[in-house]
Design a protein around this ligand. Structure first.
Ligand SMILES: Nc1ncnc2c1ncn2[C@@H]1O[C@H](COP(=O)(O)OP(=O)(O)O)[C@@H](O)[C@H]1O
Ligand SMILES: [Mg+2]
Length: 499
């Protein structure tokens, strides 16, 4: 047979150039060398049985001959280290007579022999040529991460790890993604970015379709989502495709999914599981294939417990659940976001505005202090920057503008938050620490913390907190009083910690 003949030629060649080499032929009859499964199974078995001894022997896998399927299988086995060898690639002599080109991680050379020898290269997948490929993947990943973060250089470790996981899932999985987090944490923006990233990497062909479930409650919800056929009900004068169909081969973002009615939940579950649904009034199933991203600012587990959300739907959509933190949990990221918002303002209005240094420091100090609870998260930050930039004298945001904005935010948050003292203290000492405080201390401590944070130094805080009595005393050491008071409650370090 030809194959046996070829093996014989190789055998003879090796003996002639290297008489000390033992040649051991393993003969195997492959039914079909183009059948991937068969070839892979055979080579895999061979590799599993072979008594590899890489400490004492060196292995080369010649991937130039054989069917393409065989070459791919050899590669896969070497790449996954089931065969602990390097790849050997040979080529006939080129016209110019040049030797084979080796990669950075390979060796190469011109073969011996008299009659027009070709060239070879040895590719070690563990070495740098392969690193080069890995590096490209890494660069691509960094690009993807930056893309998901809208180019904002975030510093919060937990958030960056979260984005890394989201990037991996966005690239690799068409399964539903659930984005959980408080209002304004950036769920909608992130959902859109995930879609854009998938599109850049050719993971979706269809459109991004977005709907806030709170806005489609009641009768119209079914037909908005699943469409209807003409005559389905009075007023249905023509077919309506519905959002699920519009999202075919793309992404459907269902924001506030906890607000979805129970009939819609049931239909959605079926569409996710079987890829089909029935439009309102229709009798023909419609097929659609979309990736679901769901957003919620509510704990869906609670909604299940109170019977408002189907547990089977939750089970289906929380394979990849990501919890977006609020801005108050990411104080390191407030500065980069402030820059982002300022740039965004400039972009949308054509007016470039900058903080002067003192004003910026004042705002950042407030924004990162426990007094700043940021209940509306990025929405609050965006609104604050818009207001300051609008009110600023041309080009510059000054200290008085910042002071005014801080007061405005505090007033607004006090209105929204029934117990702002609690919010400030819980952030510093946790629920348990707060619960252990007397009511008498809560009010006073919260106020001292607020002032200390706003002032930046204990001396300045002392001056402000004891502004009245200090005028009546001959010796003053108010900084020390503040220090001792905070230390008594174990808060001195927490307030000093760089943020
Ligand atoms: N990472 C971010 N940095 C800065 N601004 C953001 C970020 N994510 C979202 N935003 C902005 O904050 C606002 C609220 O974001 P959005 O995605 O609508 O929040 P959610 O859907 O969680 O309520 C939008 O104006 C959005 O552009
Ligand atoms: Mg939203």
């Amino acid at each position: 047979m030809i194959r046996t003949e070829l093996a014989g030629v190789v055998d003879a060649d090796i003996r002639s150039v290297s008489p000390e080499t033992d040649v051991v032929l393993h003969e195997h009859e492959l039914e079909d060398p183009w059948d991937f499964e068969g070839v892979y199974a055979f080579l895999h078995d061979f590799a599993s049985r072979y008594p590899w001894d890489p400490e004492h022997e060196e292995y080369l896998v010649h991937i130039t001959t054989g069917s393409h399927v065989m070459q791919i299988c050899w590669f896969l086995l070497a790449e996954s280290r089931r065969i602990p060898g390097k790849l050997l690639q040979t080529s006939p002599r080129s016209e110019s007579g040049r030797g084979g080109e080796a990669g950075r991680g390979g060796e190469s050379g011109r073969g011996g022999g008299s009659s027009g020898a070709g060239s070879y290269s040895i590719i070690d997948l563990d070495l740098s040529r392969y690193d080069g490929i890995a590096r490209r993947f890494e660069e691509e990943q960094v690009e993807g991460l930056s893309f998901l973060k809208s180019g904002i250089v975030t510093r919060n470790d937990a958030f960056n790890r979260l984005i890394e996981r989201i990037e991996r899932v966005a690239i690799a999985s068409p399964a539903p993604i659930l984005l959980q987090g408080p209002t304004g944490a950036g769920k909608s923006q992130l959902a859109r970015r995930i879609f854009e990233l998938k599109r850049l990497r050719s993971r979706v062909q269809g459109a991004f379709v977005e709907v806030n479930c709170a806005t489609i409650r009641g009768d119209s919800a079914m037909s908005a989502l699943f469409g209807h056929v003409v005559g389905a009900y009075t007023g249905a004068q023509r077919d309506r495709p519905g959002l699920l169909r519009a999202a075919d081969r793309g992404v459907l973002f269902l924001d506030e999914i906890a607000e979805l009615g129970s009939d819609e939940q049931a239909m959605l579950l079926r569409a996710l599981e079987e890829g089909t649904f029935l439009p309102v009034g229709g009798d023909a199933e419609v097929h659609t294939e979309f990736q679901l991203i769901a957003g919620t600012n509510r704990d869906l587990g609670d909604a299940v417990a109170t019977g408002r959300f189907r547990d089977d739907l939750l089970a289906r959509i929380n394979l990849w659940t990501f919890e977006l933190p609020g801005l108050a949990q990411r104080t390191e990221d407030i500065e980069p976001n402030l820059d982002y918002e300022t740039a965004r303002f400039a972009e949308s209005t054509g007016r470039t505005v900058r903080f002067n240094a003192e004003a910026r420091a004042l705002f950042v100090r407030f924004a990162t202090s426990p007094a700043a609870t940021w209940p509306g998260n990025f929405r609050d930050l965006n609104a604050a920057v818009t207001r300051m930039a609008t009110l600023a004298a041309p080009g510059r945001i000054s200290v008085p503008v910042v002071r005014e904005e801080i007061e405005r935010l505090e007033r607004a948050w006090r209105r929204q938050d029934p117990d702002p003292d609690r919010a400030v203290l819980v952030r510093l000492m946790g629920e348990d620490g707060y619960a252990a405080l007397d009511r008498f201390d809560r009010v006073q401590l919260a106020e001292v913390v607020r002032v200390a944070q706003g002032c930046g130094s204990l001396a300045a805080a002392g001056r402000e907190l004891f502004a009245v009595s200090r005028t009546q005393r001959t010796s003053v050491n108010d900084a020390d009083r503040v220090r001792k008071y905070l230390a008594r409650h174990g808060l001195l370090e927490a307030l000093r910690a760089p943020r």
